[in-house]
Design a protein around this ligand. Structure first.
Ligand SMILES: [Mn+2]
Length: 353
């Protein structure tokens, strides 16, 4: 499970050898905690989120140039462009090493030290935060709380969960599935806090990340016992109020509808909550096929979930003759459909199941 002992050692050696590390990480709890685990281990480095498209490409050249790192670490990001690698390793940029730690579909690039457990076996894909914690755990046992937020948020319950349960029985009372932990325990709430604190303006997200760097115990956030803990909780609360309203409306729609096979819910918001809503609604209504859509100017941005049937083939077929697109995993996927075609799309989608 995970990487080999020599791979973990390799990553450690790169971390310890770097004077000026720069981290590019996915803007979700898994990516964020990966960054913090490595930064806390070496006590230095700067970080930047990879937002929108999970792809490290030329849009990050300026940031690398101004930070002048000797090593760039890329965490929990599925894609990287060869042109980015070639440019930052050129004489003008002077980056010596690029270390890429990921658990998405393996890819191949030149000039990068690539660590992906799926290369060993396709089913071996624990989250990036799991890999980062295993890299630093010998010295940073006290960061287990942080690692567990990232790991469980990425739907994985690690073999060392018992250590966490022993230390924080109030946050995770017993071993359970990651999904159950996400929606029924304070550990799950911490996952949502880290997810929501990254939403909204980037400057606010950065302020929350700086605050999180100062946190030593998760109760500081949950119980607002320190300044940084309070700061993060306040940001979470503002975003969560909106989320809770949407969740209540979605539940009302689900309970009012006579259709118990599908749950189709659309909403308007500045923020995207579709992934979060779809996941929680699937937990609450495990037998339904879910479509959650955020209404934007021209189109609905959609999330699809189903537990008992693959939803991706139905989505693909339902898109025939529709102004829209979609893709993703068999049981969790996304897409977009033009407003003018939405009714027709829903009809075609329902006909597939
Ligand atoms: Mn991940």
């Amino acid at each position: 499970m995970g990487l080999t002992a020599s791979e973990y050692k390799n990553i450690r050696d790169e971390l310890l050898a770097s004077e000026t590390p720069f981290f590019l990480f996915h803007d979700d709890p898994d990516g964020l905690t990966s960054f913090l685990l490595l930064k806390r281990f070496i006590g230095k480095g700067r970080g930047m989120m990879v937002k929108a498209e999970p792809n490290v490409n030329d849009r990050f050249l300026a940031a690398v140039k101004s930070n002048k790192p000797d090593t760039v670490f890329v965490l929990d990001v599925a894609l990287m462009q060869q042109s980015f690698v070639d440019t930052i390793k050129s004489h003008t940029f002077g980056v010596k090493n690029i270390v890429w730690i990921d658990h998405h579909q393996p890819v191949s690039l030149n000039g990068v030290q690539y660590f992906n457990p799926r290369i060993h076996s396709p089913k071996n894909n624990p989250p990036a935060s799991y890999l980062c914690y295993k890299t630093v755990a010998a010295e940073r046992k006290e960061d287990l709380w942080l690692a567990m937020i990232g790991i469980v948020s990425d739907w994985h319950m690690p073999e060392f969960a018992e250590e966490y349960i022993k230390e924080y029985p109030d946050l995770l009372p017993k071993r359970m599935t990651a999904e159950e932990a996400l929606f029924t325990t304070p550990l799950g709430k911490l996952g949502r806090i880290l997810s929501f604190m990254l939403k909204g303006p980037t400057s606010e997200a950065h302020a929350c990340i700086r605050a999180l760097e100062k946190i030593k115990d998760p109760h500081e956030i949950l119980e607002r016992t320190t300044g940084p803990g309070k700061f993060i909780h306040n940001k979470f609360k503002a975003i969560n109020n909106e989320y809770e309203k949407l969740l209540v409306a979605a539940k009302e729609a689900a309970n009012a509808s006579s259709d118990k096979k599908f749950l189709i819910y659309t909403y308007k918001s500045q923020q995207s909550f579709s992934g979060d809503l779809a996941n929680e609604l699937l937990f609450l209504y495990p037998d339904r096929i879910l479509v959650v859509g955020r209404e934007r100017q021209e189109a609905y941005m959609l999330s699809f979930r189903a537990r008992n049937v693959p939803v991706l083939p139905g989505l693909k077929k339902a898109l025939v003759g529709i102004d829209g697109y979609g893709g993703g995993h068999e049981n969790a996927c996304g897409g977009s459909v033009n407003k003018n075609d939405f009714e027709k799309f829903v009809e075609q989608f329902k006909a597939q199941f």
